[in-house]
Design a protein around this ligand. Sequence first.
Ligand code: HEM
Length: 407
Amino acid sequence: MLIGIAALVLAVGAYIYKEGLRPHEILTRLANPFAFWGSKDPQKTIIGSSNSSGSINLEKVGGSENGTAGVGGYKAGLPSRREKVDTVVIEDDGEEEDPTTPTAPVKIELSIPDVEEPAKEVRRGKGKTRKTLVEDDDSDEDLSVPMFPALNSAQRAGKPSPLPQAPSLVVPGIMAPPPLPVPKLAAGPPSLAPPSLMAPPPIPIRKPMGSSAAASARNAQYSRPGPFASSSLSVPPSASSLAVPPSASSSLGVTGQKSSLQLPPTHSQPPPKPRQKVILTPGHSPLDWANHQRSLPFVPLRRITPSELATHGPRKNETKTYWTVLEGKVYDMTPYLPYHPGGEKELLRVAGKDGTKLFNLTHPWVNWDNMLRGCEVGILVSENEMPKKEVMLDGDADGGEDLESMD
Ligand code: HEM
């Protein structure tokens, strides 16, 4: 007796373990023997189901029991409990269809398993898969929908499952393919290489448009680097190189601080006092002087010593003529006195001596050579250069010597 009870308990336990039933399901099946041993409902026959991956199950509703297609309906859904599947049943019209007739239109309904159910199935299922493809209802197996772990269950999340993953190309028993070669940084482009590994190659220099080498050399020597020059990386001319030199800017009066008539900054001496033009008497304009100069008599040039020059100064001048020297040439400036824009007084400052320095300090822009061409009387020589014997033999009154006779 005890052995029989023990055997029965073991058998029941083995079945429960095989089915993976939970306690309340055991009670449910004990209360419903049909459910325990399989569905006996002739109107519901599972004629097709997918594997354990959780795909669509097809359950025939109505129709013949031998699985042939009749007028009826099919329900399709993900693996779930049968009670949770909404079934659309097309009522049978009672007429037997000819098996040879084409397949009658059926309705297929997709059903989504209940969200709350999979949580219970996690505790129940132990990863066991069942054969769910049933050809007919004659089988003794349980035709209830297997309770696979839901797609969003913790069981699927905890252990690897083939469903949500990408299809693997590795076949059991076959070695996995070698890993793809990973490109190293050193083999990449030069710009991606670390500077410590290898220096980048030099930048190629673009050749000029000219085809010949001579033209290239000529362009590189004389032309400014441009878009077609040998080096496109040359620094453009800076602003300082294009600036006006200080000397030129000052002489051109671009500084704005000095007048264009002032002396250039090359002179170290302080500038003279402001120019003082005098009011010239009528008939003594620069144009009048130009006309009067042509009427002056020609005077032969001769050698003039500083001592002789001094006798034509502003003081103790018995000759009443006033001479000066500009760059070695002796001029009798007496006829020019009333034409001088700066006045006679300024002009007499250089009488009897060399006036080159003062002249240039006052108005270096004045062309004195042209203005006093008709006033030239000789050249200035030293006292030692004058031959005293010849002077005595000639008996010249002023002691000078004609330059033409000397030559
Ligand atoms: C000996 C030959 C000289 C000649 C041919 C001569 C000629 C001239 C001329 C053409 C001007 C007019 C310049 C102008 O309008 O820009 C002028 C102005 C003047 N000259 Fe002379 N000059 C001579 C000697 C001197 C000397 C030795 C001085 C005085 C040291 C002097 C003092 C002046 C002055 C103050 C002016 C007025 C500048 C002005 O305010 O516009 N010149 N002279």
